[in-house]
Design a protein around this ligand. Structure first.
Ligand code: TPP
Length: 332
């Protein structure tokens, strides 16, 4: 773990980081329970990727635009989508911020928070974020647009087109690959032939860097520097964060295709456990603090679950809302 003192983070920052990582993890775990109890149709996890997401969150400012992907539960929760709103989306209820309960779960978006709406085709979000970064540049604003995606998604044409365009126009764009080493069941060596993905940045005229995605401090540092370069007009950055995926791809599959030994290693490398030990070793959090946090989070998730479960479904008359612009030509 990178030494927090070298990057200017305080004890309070580190506690906040841990809190957001844990909240993301616990909402996710609850969703799996609800899925196995037959209450939620589908879950796709952030588990193992919380350190990357929260390190990223901490390096950004409210005015930055986010185009996340379906595993970014911890990131969007820290940004302001509440546990209850995520539960409403998972239960397909009216209060879901992305579509009023009509989109698949984990298609995070909330306009007020600068979280762009997303499609189900992987990698489309990188183009949306590059478009946002072009508008930021044209408006002369001092902010950035950031997209995340899995390493398998970098095989899509959209990824290369987005990076190339951002490099050519020196856009304030940050792309984070959350490399969890699998695209559903396809391992890295069948996804790309290079040793790493960050070195591709040179070919796009971007800055590239690989970081330990299980270390939120290292990710924070890398994204902070990327943001500074972007604001200074130095163009885009491609960050490859090496993450662990602690669950199957989604609640619809199992992970029989992964060797047991590999899964054991991933679990030993669990970013939440490692970060907790770091806080304990550095005397930043004691047992009483961890216990209180666990209790608060449990309470928050219990309330979110209960409220979402009893919330109303979208009405049949809403079938065409949130599809086209309200009052727009296509919204007959
Ligand atoms: C264009 C497109 N092709 C295929 C899919 C089906 N699909 C959904 S997630 C996924 C795997 C993506 O893997 P990766 O980008 O590595 O992300 P991870 O889920 O591992 O985080 C695929 C193939 C899709 N949604 N969109």
């Amino acid at each position: 773990m990178l030494d927090y003192k070298t990057v200017g983070l305080t004890h309070e920052d580190l506690k906040q980081m841990y809190k957001w990582m844990l909240l993301g993890r616990k909402i996710d775990e609850r969703m799996w329970l609800l899925n196995r109890a037959g209450k939620l149709p589908f879950v796709i996890s952030c588990q193992g990727q919380e350190a990357t997401q929260i390190g990223t969150y901490f390096a950004l400012k409210d005015e930055d635009i986010l185009a996340p992907y379906y595993r970014d539960l911890a990131l969007v929760t820290a940004r302001g989508i509440t546990a209850e709103e995520s539960m409403l989306a998972a239960f397909a209820k009216q209060g879901d911020t992305s579509s009023g309960g009509k989109q698949m779960p984990s298609h995070f978006s909330k306009k007020d928070l600068g979280i762009l709406t997303q499609g189900s085709c992987v990698t489309t979000q990188v183009l949306h974020a590059v478009g946002a970064s072009l508008s930021i540049k044209m408006d002369g604003k001092k902010s950035v647009a950031l997209a995340t995606l899995g390493e398998g998604s970098t095989s899509q044409g959209d990824f290369h087109e987005a990076m190339n365009f951002a490099g050519v126009h020196k856009l304030p764009y940050i792309c984070i690959i959350e490399n969890n080493k699998y695209a559903i069941s396809v391992p890295s060596h069948l996804q790309f032939a290079t040793d790493d993905l960050s070195s591709r940045a040179a070919g796009y005229g971007a800055f590239g860097e690989q970081v330990d995605g299980n270390d939120p401090i290292a990710v924070y540092e890398a994204v902070k520097r990327a943001r500074e370069r972007a604001i200074n007009g130095e163009g885009p950055t491609l960050i490859e964060a090496l993450c662990s995926r602690l669950t199957p791809h989604s609640s619809d599959d199992d992970d029989n295709y992964r060797p047991a030994e590999e899964m054991k290693e991933e679990k030993e490398n669990d970013c939440i456990i490692k970060f907790k030990s770091y806080l304990v070793d550095n005397e930043i959090g004691d047992e009483a603090w961890f216990k209180q946090l666990d209790d608060e989070i449990k309470q928050e998730i219990n309330t979110a679950t209960k409220n979402a479960e009893k919330a109303p479904y979208p009405l049949p008359e809403e079938a065409l809302t949130h599809v086209y612009d309200q009052g727009g030509e296509q919204n007959a």
